[in-house]
Design a protein around this ligand. Structure first.
Ligand code: SAM
Length: 246
């Protein structure tokens, strides 16, 4: 029986993080929205110390790269032991290695990952991990952006945070999630609140008009304008998709 079947609804969505720095978790995931959800059992977090799988008394996990070059590389045997002790091999589980060489993380992949039951996230350090363990354990490689972090832990935090806010019951007004940046293929329209005016700047008149249809049209136009100006790549994709839908 799948663990999240209606007969066994108690096992929440779980993120298992393989790291050399387990003390970095929950970190920011223990505060605010994900923190409250973690406390109330809407999701679960496990951190596994990769060093616990080292086989020598110095608990060494890395070695010099074959072919020379700077830095060290995480050994495949040790990482594989950590993965084998952690992953269940179930279809509702994703094994992920966070790396700048991975596919850029997108909101649609986040949505898919939040619909699984469990993520096992490998956080690299040093120059990264031995290529063979990525292949042998069929790790999905994901990047959180075109820049280099010192380790995979902040990337794991980003990915987990993005998934957790989509879990049922985590966000108070889930209808708000539908309108957010990327969900419609567009960036979000600008937001305003009190005071009005502020430092001589007025809130756009349409937003205080109470006319829902005009507000909806204005927001759609703003979303399109912002996306066209800031993210021509997204705009092109949005246009292409809407052309096919027509
Ligand atoms: N030598 C690697 C390269 O040039 O691709 C960078 C290694 S980086 C110093 C150490 C670790 O940080 C990586 O193994 C990875 O786990 C993590 N990391 C760094 N940048 C990342 C990014 N943009 N997205 C996801 N993980 C990242």
């Amino acid at each position: 029986m799948p663990e999240n079947s209606p007969e066994s609804p108690t096992v929440p969505w779980t993120a298992t993080v393989l790291t050399l720095f387990p003390e970095m978790f929950p970190g920011p995931l223990g505060a605010s929205l994900p923190g409250k959800a973690l406390e109330s059992g809407l999701w679960a977090l496990e951190s596994v110390d990769i060093r616990d799988f080292a086989s020598n008394k110095h608990r060494t996990v890395d070695d010099a790269p074959f072919g020379g070059g700077p830095g060290m590389v995480l050994r495949p045997d040790i990482l594989a032991s950590a993965l084998d002790a952690t992953a269940t091999g179930g279809e509702d589980e994703a094994l992920i290695y966070l790396t700048p060489r991975g596919a850029p993380l997108t909101q649609s992949r986040v949505r898919e990952l939040s619909a699984l039951r469990r993520l096992v996230l490998v956080c690299g350090r040093f120059e990264g991990v031995d290529e063979r363990v990525i292949q042998a354990r069929e790790l999905e490689e994901i990047s959180i952006g075109d820049y280099v972090l010192s380790g995979g832990e902040p990337a794991a935090v980003v990915l987990i945070d993005a998934c957790v806010r989509l879990l049922p019951g985590v966000v108070g007004a889930p209808e708000g999630l539908v309108e957010e940046s990327f969900e419609t293929g567009l960036l979000e329209y600008p937001q305003y609140t009190r005071p009005n005016p502020w430092e001589g700047r007025d809130v756009p008149e349409v937003l205080t008009s109470g006319h829902h249809e005009r507000v909806r049209t204005w927001r759609q136009e703003q979303s399109e304008q912002v996306t066209r100006g800031r993210r021509p790549d997204l705009w092109q994709r949005y246009r292409d998709r809407n052309k096919t839908d027509e």
